[in-house]
Design a protein around this ligand. Structure first.
Ligand SMILES: [Zn+2]
Length: 68
């Protein structure tokens, strides 16, 4: 299965969408919105901001189904 590393993150504060390239080796836990500069964290139970606010799950979750 091919891993998707491009994700569109939607800021939970202002709704701004930014296209991001996900790191394949680490989970990104914090993300600063480029529009409102709010730093946001994953929802409870999610491992990273991409799983919570992105269009696709992070690369580790796409693979073995587990992360961190
Ligand atoms: Zn924002």
């Amino acid at each position: 299965m091919r891993t998707i590393i491009q994700s569109i993150l939607t800021c939970p504060n202002c709704g701004y969408q930014s296209k991001e390239t996900m790191p394949t080796d680490v989970c990104q836990y914090f993300f600063e919105c480029v529009n409102c500069h709010q730093i946001f964290k994953p929802k409870p139970g999610d491992c990273c901001v991409y799983c919570s606010y992105g269009t696709v799950k992070c690369p580790p979750m796409q693979g073995e189904g587990g992360c961190c």
